[in-house]
Design a binder for this molecule. Sequence first.
Ligand code: SAM
Length: 302
Amino acid sequence: MTSRSDRPDPEPAVRLTAHVEAARLPAGLYLVATPIGAARDITLRALDVLNSADLLAAEDTRVLRHLMDIHGIPLRGRRILAYHDHNGDRARPALLAALADGGSVAYCSDAGTPLVADPGYRLALDAALAGARVHALPGPSAALAALSLSGLPSDRFLFLGFPPPTKAARQIWLRQWLAVDTTLILFESPRRVNRTLDDLCEIDPNRLTVVARELTKKFEEVIRGTAAELQADPRMEALKGEVVMVIDRPGVQEVDQDRLRQVLAAHLATMSIKDAAREAAQELGLPKREVYQLALELAGQK
Ligand code: SAM
């Protein structure tokens, strides 16, 4: 008898090789998202566009070449132009000229979605200003992958990119964003996660924080806890690979309660409970629902 694991994999119901035939692509700039780890995290449309575009451009030409090899997409004599932070001003005119000639240009950054803490912004802007169609091909992004698995509220979030390198600037930066009533997503080098956790602890050691490492890769790891718990976690000492940090929004218990009561009382003297709660929440960067509960108490309606 053949056991289940002995059986060969069944033929896939749909063949995924439609991209092998190159079709004529309408003119325009195609911003193509690429995998952040697992090579098969790429859309069929991305493969079609990489197969059909007249001109290819990439942050690192070898990285795109490798991705195309993995997916069996031939170059067919097409060139891949390098377009990155250090040559953008020099490289853009050739790409804009190809668009002006009615060509299709596909652009990929090294991993994830171009323009998200990656090159491509000026290219997309200039292409649009020159009257070219700009198409986004959505796909992987480390920021959204980390948010999805963080377990933190995802109805409202703010992507902050990388923190500033110097301590003074980072403290001001963190303090400002930590006051906003939203989940925060930031990119960080594995060597600097400790440093950012130290700063976070100086401001709010109880803030729930998630360190998401090597997403979609073999050593994917998600570490959750308060900022203080993560700061004390020995795994932070020798983090390797790529990291996204996701930070919870502030809770009412984290603000100065006397100040909150003072602000609420002042607003309650001149407005309805609902309006007073909304104003105070906005002023102090707090969740409206929790401030409203306190406003009800102060107004003696609870
Ligand atoms: N544009 C990319 C995107 O949409 O994902 C981000 C590019 S940014 C230059 C690179 C940073 O993204 C890394 O330093 C890391 O913070 C994060 N990152 C990229 N891939 C990741 C992965 N597989 N796991 C965790 N973080 C990742």
